[in-house]
Design a protein around this ligand. Structure first.
Ligand code: G3P
Ligand code: MG
Length: 271
């Protein structure tokens, strides 16, 4: 199931878009966060087992500068530990369980670092949207560390990674550190000046929250030549609607369910 940047499900004029080729229609959010503990190796394996070709995950910096796969600024919600990630060393972070909070069978999962996650992606053949998720004040340092790891470790046989961020400072630092790696501008809600902002930072893709997105906004992004990834869509009917509006892809906590629903309703997407 491939979403060519030039495809227009909505029936509008096809546009040639800059950006990574071969974006999938469905990307697993934090792996497969509805059915496995988010941002763990188990979650990535589950997304792969459920048919996802790509996953999205979030990267923070530990106190000693390691790229760690974590959504929140603290480890409180997703581990049995407490504290700010930026105040804990990688060794300290690894003592905590990152799976048992979700379900007992995931006990023993640890917060991954970006190197080991990248190795797993290579073994599974999974592409990735790497979200740079800096703690306040660490926008530049987090982006620089992520790009250094991607340059050093990204498996050559995978499609090139797509990095994204809500933080303009991170996007600028990512561009300066590794301009050859495509960037996506993340918005909770699409602002009126989205295109100016994306052009200013040389972003290749637009990523947007699904709640207030309108068909006109989807059309505007696609007609401007940008692939559009919409998050977080867990309702199959909503995923179908967004794809029919012209969205390039859906980022979902339950990629297996969305892949199955889209394959049933839009047979040409099940390729
Ligand atoms: O990258 C899409 C989505 O993950 C952005 O929001 O808060 O889930 O990281 P969040
Ligand atoms: Mg994210």
């Amino acid at each position: 199931m491939t979403a060519s940047p030039a495809r227009s499900v909505a029936g509008g004029a096809a546009v040639a878009a800059a950006g990574p080729p071969d974006l999938p229609v469905v990307i697993g959010h934090r792996g497969a966060a509805a059915v496995a503990p988010e941002n763990t190796l188990a979650s990535m394996r589950r997304a792969h087992a459920d048919g996802a070709r790509w996953v999205e995950f979030d990267v923070h910096l530990s106190g000693d500068g390691r790229c760690i796969v974590l959504h929140d600024d603290t480890i409180d919600r997703t581990t049995d530990g407490r504290g700010a990630a930026a105040a804990l060393s990688f060794e300290a972070l690894r003592r905590y369980d990152a799976g048992a909070w979700f379900a007992p069978q995931f006990a023993g999962e640890r917060i991954p670092d970006l190197e080991e996650l990248t190795a797993l992606l290579g073994a599974l053949g999974l592409g990735a949207n790497v979200e740079i998720k800096p703690s306040p004040g660490a926008e530049k340092a987090t982006a620089e560390a992520v790009m250094a790891v991607l340059r050093r470790c990204w498996p050559a046989h995978l499609p090139p990674p797509l990095v994204s961020s809500f933080a303009p400072l991170s996007l600028a630092a990512a561009r300066d550190a590794a301009p050859e790696i495509a960037r996506g501008y993340l918005f909770g809600q699409l602002p009126a000046d989205w295109r100016r902002r994306a052009e200013a930072l040389g972003c290749a893709t637009i990523h947007c929250g699904e709640r207030r997105l309108t068909p006109a906004q989807v059309a505007a992004v696609r007609e401007a030549g940008y692939p559009l990834l919409v998050y977080t869509v867990n309702d199959p009917a909503r995923a179908r609607e967004l794809i029919h509006w012209g969205a390039t892809g859906i980022i979902s906590d339950c990629p297996g369910a969305i892949i199955a629903a889209l394959a049933r309703s839009v047979p040409t997407l099940a390729e």
